[in-house]
Design a protein around this ligand. Structure first.
Ligand code: IDP
Ligand code: MG
Length: 156
């Protein structure tokens, strides 16, 4: 089981795509274990995007991400990090494949609707930035007996 940080960026909220995008993750079989609407502070944006601080697009990225509220989610599932990245599609909306969230709903290369952690260390770090431990809930999903095949003893 993995948990990943997903952010529905300001463009997703402003374009009323929150329900649609959450639906894409839910329909895949991922479990929402944390979720809130919030405005990201400049300090939090800087910590979240610390690896990009020297990139030319960094100032615009921080301005965008702090401009309006976002929805942050913690999503769990077997292989959730890579599964979410695949559902999101390539970074640039102009290039993302049809069938992905970025490919289906956006054109912009910067306003690309959704953030997802890119690996286990990033997921752990980013979840810690956006959620306190009490805001992430571990709970059984009745439907998981049909999302995963547990006949071998572990969910597959
Ligand atoms: P990712 O979100 O697919 O992981 P990253 O390379 O980590 O992509 O970039 C973080 C975010 O910065 C992107 O989602 C996008 O909003 C923005 N970004 C990345 N590259 C560019 C660019 O070349 N121009 C403008 N914005 C960019
Ligand atoms: Mg990234």
């Amino acid at each position: 089981m993995e948990t990943t940080l997903i952010i529905l960026k300001p463009d997703a909220v402003q374009r009323r795509l929150v329900g649609t995008i959450i639906g894409r993750f839910e329909q895949k079989g991922l479990q929402v274990v944390g979720m809130k609407l919030m405005k990201i502070s400049p300090d939090l944006a800087a910590r979240h995007y610390q690896d990009h601080s020297s990139k030319p697009f960094y100032p615009a990225l921080v301005k965008f991400m702090t401009s309006q509220p976002v929805v942050v989610m913690a999503l769990s599932g077997v292989g959730a990090i890579a599964i979410c990245r695949n559902l999101m599609g390539a970074t640039f909306g102009s290039k993302a494949a049809a069938g992905t969230i970025r490919g289906d709903y956006g054109i912009s290369n910067s306003f690309n609707l959704v953030h997802g952690s890119d690996g286990p260390e990033a997921a752990q770090r980013e979840l810690g930035l956006f959620f306190s431990p009490g805001e992430i809930h571990s709970y059984p999903m009745a439907g998981d007996t049909w999302v995963y095949d547990a006949s071998s003893g572990k969910p597959e």
